[in-house]
Design a protein around this ligand. Structure first.
Ligand code: NIG
Ligand code: FE
Length: 415
């Protein structure tokens, strides 16, 4: 270790949940968790340098080490990762929510001019800087929840000018906030009502017009598509995803939300994740479990739409890897409270605490192809989320009402 470098020792933690040495796929029992009592974490710049017993690390520290003593009874976990959001948007869909609860379906509302298209109309009216500002507020709300890495999709622009505007807004929000934002192009959200052509023509338009600008300006290296009736069919989606793969893009899919079909396309294209899966049956579960594609549950969308939860227990028992994300968006998932949603999901789907924390740490990292975070281990990013409690089981038990006491991002204590 370089003697002149500034080191920081934090602790003592009553429990340090490293989330290390756990399987990427399948069920996890709480007994498999490594929980270090009286723990300390030594940080070198933005990286974890050592973990161990706080008093030992304190005694053996070198003179350049500052010590940040945390109050007694604090639990430390890897910074949370929300692997699926649509937080770049303008406007509100409170009217859609009321209409749904008045008996109209998500698809009926969309067909009547509400739904995704109404958010497109609002988002198109926002200047890039205003979108960045709107997002910044949401990002700070997420940092307060201990979420230090956030995937953000475009998909409310649906033409070159506005999709690129959204991706640029995401890029500047990434520069202006401490969170790491991972941008994904969701130009294939729906076929825009003002596009002159069908599904094939619109997907070709994205490949021909939007993709080159994204590549040129390095705006993102991930693409998503909504495979669904009234969005994109499996055949056209396969062709589109394959073309993107040939361009070196990473893939993720909105699949099996209202009808099945999307998950099969996702697995066949080698997508990093397939998200939603509320209507997946044994057949789809089996296919996903045999693949390396992460299943991402979005309990916020089930709560927002009043639909069934993703069959998480079955997916895990079949051997799939499960991430849990908020899907924060103005339509189906307006809540934006990942921990609350994950805790509620765990009660309905009978998930262990270990499976829930895995879903918002290292398994979520894998859904984003990030290998440098999601675990508290020397050499990985110093992203750490802390709760003032002696017992980690209190966190999910309190269903999100226990607030994060401290949050460190890239070695910097944010609060
Ligand atoms: O993940 N299912 C499609 N897309 C989003 C909803 C977006 C919206 O309603 O604005 C979702 O639920
Ligand atoms: Fe979504």
């Amino acid at each position: 270790m370089n003697e002149t470098q500034e080191l920081l020792l934090i602790g003592p933690f009553s429990q340090l949940l490293t989330m290390d040495q756990l399987p990427l796929k399948g069920a996890i029992k709480d007994e498999q968790l490594i929980i270090i009592p009286n723990a300390g974490i030594l940080i070198n710049g933005n990286t974890i340098s050592e973990i161990g017993i706080f008093d030992d690390l304190k005694k053996s520290r070198n003179p350049n080490t500052s010590v940040y003593e945390i109050g007694e009874n604090t639990v430390a976990l890897p910074g949370f990762i929300d692997a699926h959001t649509h937080i770049c948007f303008g406007g509100s869909r409170a009217n859609d929510f009321a209409a749904r609860n008045g008996g109209k379906s998500y698809q009926e509302i969309a067909a009547a001019g509400g739904g995704i298209w109404s958010t497109v109309n609002h988002t198109r009216q926002y200047a890039e800087a205003d979108l960045t500002d709107a997002m910044t507020g949401r990002i700070h709300a997420m940092l307060k929840q201990g979420i230090t890495t956030i995937e953000v999709k475009s998909g409310y622009g649906l033409n070159t000018e506005n999709e690129i505007k959204m991706l640029r807004a995401i890029k500047s929000a990434n520069e202006k906030t401490p969170a790491d934002l991972i941008a994904t192009c969701l130009a294939a959200h729906i076929i825009p009502k003002d596009f002159n052509g069908g599904e094939r023509e619109y997907l070709d338009y994205i490949l021909r017009e939007i993709l080159p600008v994204i590549k040129e300006d390095k705006l993102c290296n991930r693409f998503d598509i909504f495979i669904e009736e009234n969005a994109f069919s499996t055949d056209h989606s396969s062709r589109y995803l394959q073309a993107l793969k040939d361009h070196g893009m990473e893939l993720t899919v909105h699949g099996d939300q209202f009808t099945t079909g999307g998950s099969k396309v996702a697995v066949e294209c080698g997508a990093l994740s397939v998200d939603h899966l509320e209507v997946s049956t044994e057949k789809e579960i089996d296919l996903i479990a045999k693949s390396n594609t992460i299943a991402t549950a979005l309990p916020g969308a089930s709560l927002g739409l009043g639909c069934a939860f993703t069959p998480c227990r079955k997916l895990l028992d079949a051997g799939a890897s499960l991430a849990i994300a908020s899907d924060w968006n103005p339509g189906s998932a307006p809540m934006g409270q990942l921990l609350t949603q994950a805790a509620i999901l765990s009660s309905f789907e009978k998930l262990s605490m270990a499976e829930v924390f895995a879903g918002i740490t290292f398994r979520a990292a894998r859904a984003l192809n990030l290998k440098d975070r999601g675990i508290i281990r020397p050499g990985l990013k110093a992203d750490i989320t802390m709760f003032e409690t002696p017992n980690c089981k209190e966190i999910l038990y309190q269903q999100g009402s226990m607030k994060v006491s401290h949050c460190m991002k890239n070695g910097v204590m944010l609060f």
